[in-house]
Design a protein around this ligand. Structure first.
Ligand code: ADP
Ligand code: MG
Length: 316
């Protein structure tokens, strides 16, 4: 008989950095060799998607599309096409609050160097923000831009896509209890062996403090916040990374948005969209979408919940 000590059924945890954020993987596995092998495959997904969809890499597939698609249709991988299709859906749903062509102005911000465009710079590029000028040809798997100067940025949706791919690998390998996150985008497989996972929604103004904790199983959770990438300018304004396509400026009114749903590609796109829409219009959109819920923390630190998360009215 095999000695039971050779079987190392336990929680395994791995971390990495990719897509300019931290990747965190935790799962239950029967033995260490399987866990190592599986974790390596899952973590490598984030580097692959970064290579495909990063705007910071000149040799990424996205950068090539940005250079060429205004001139002629460019063939794209099925993965990139998928993300572009979902982005289009979220743009239509949100009336253009979510718009990946915000990059035309978004690229003028440099958060590390604390630089922002002047009003004139913004005005001269604002016309290049229009997701309808990104033309997808599903049959030929190609994309063309109707405008010179249009630049796509997938920072609001690509991490969710990668998390879904990672979850696909885990499930195929037979993993039944896992938590996989890339920055603010997370998916849970199953529960924590008899107990739900506990996911904290961060207090947007206090690190290491949760505004609320949610017991969850088998869910995708994405949070967009104004605290992820920002600087405070001389006028005291918080210049952060979520841009209103209508003005080319950082969105005001909301500090963080958390979306719950089935897959992270959807929750990632929607968290950014609701951030731009604000609490009222954002909740209106979410309440129309089956299986999707939202928690919004506004600029006065008030919390807003979608209908699916309202406590039932007490019956006396
Ligand atoms: P993160 O997990 O990086 O905080 P979010 O899901 O909150 O990501 O998305 C923020 C990112 O979305 C920005 O860094 C930028 O790349 C992109 N973005 C900013 N404004 C918009 C917009 N109006 N529409 C689509 N994407 C946007
Ligand atoms: Mg997002």
């Amino acid at each position: 008989m095999l000695l039971p000590t050779l079987v190392q059924a336990q929680w395994y945890r791995y971390t990495d950095t990719a897509m300019t954020t931290s990747i965190d993987l935790e799962f239950w596995a029967e033995d260490r060799a399987f866990a190592e092998r599986t974790a390596n495959r899952v973590l490598s997904v984030f580097h692959q998607v970064d290579q495909q969809m990063s705007r910071y890499r000149e040799d990424s597939e996205l950068s090539r599309v940005n250079r060429e698609a205004a001139g002629h249709p460019v063939k794209v991988s099925s993965g990139l096409l998928r993300v572009l299709q979902k982005a289009r859906m979220v743009s239509d749903l949100s009336n253009g609050a979510f718009d990946i062509s915000f990059g035309s102005v978004g690229y003028l911000y440099d958060y590390r160097a604390k630089q922002q465009p002047t009003d004139e710079d913004i005005a001269s590029h604002l016309g290049q923000i229009n997701y309808r000028d990104i033309v997808l040809d599903e049959e030929n798997s190609s994309v063309a831009y109707r405008q010179q100067g249009l630049l796509v940025d997938l920072g609001g949706i690509a991490k969710g896509y990668a998390v879904d791919l990672g979850v696909g690998i885990l499930k195929k390998a037979g993993v039944r209890h896992a938590r996989l996150s890339a920055g603010g985008d997370m998916r849970l497989i199953g529960d924590r062996r008899g107990r739900p996972w506990v996911v904290g929604v961060r207090d947007p103004r206090t690190e290491d403090r949760n505004a609320v904790v949610l017991p969850l199983v088998d869910t995708a959770v994405s949070t967009s916040g104004d605290y992820e990438r920002f600087f405070i300018d001389e006028a005291g304004n918080r210049i952060h990374h979520i841009i209103a396509p209508g003005t080319g400026k950082p969105v005001r009114g909301v500090q963080s948005v958390t979306i719950l749903g089935e897959d992270a590609l959807t929750t990632d796109g929607l968290s950014t969209a609701v951030f731009v829409l604000g609490s009222e219009q954002g909740l209106e959109m979410i309440n129309r979408l089956p299986g999707i819920d939202a928690i919004i923390i506004d600029e006065h630190r008030r919390m807003h919940y979608s209908e699916g998360l309202q406590p039932p009215e007490s019956v006396n």
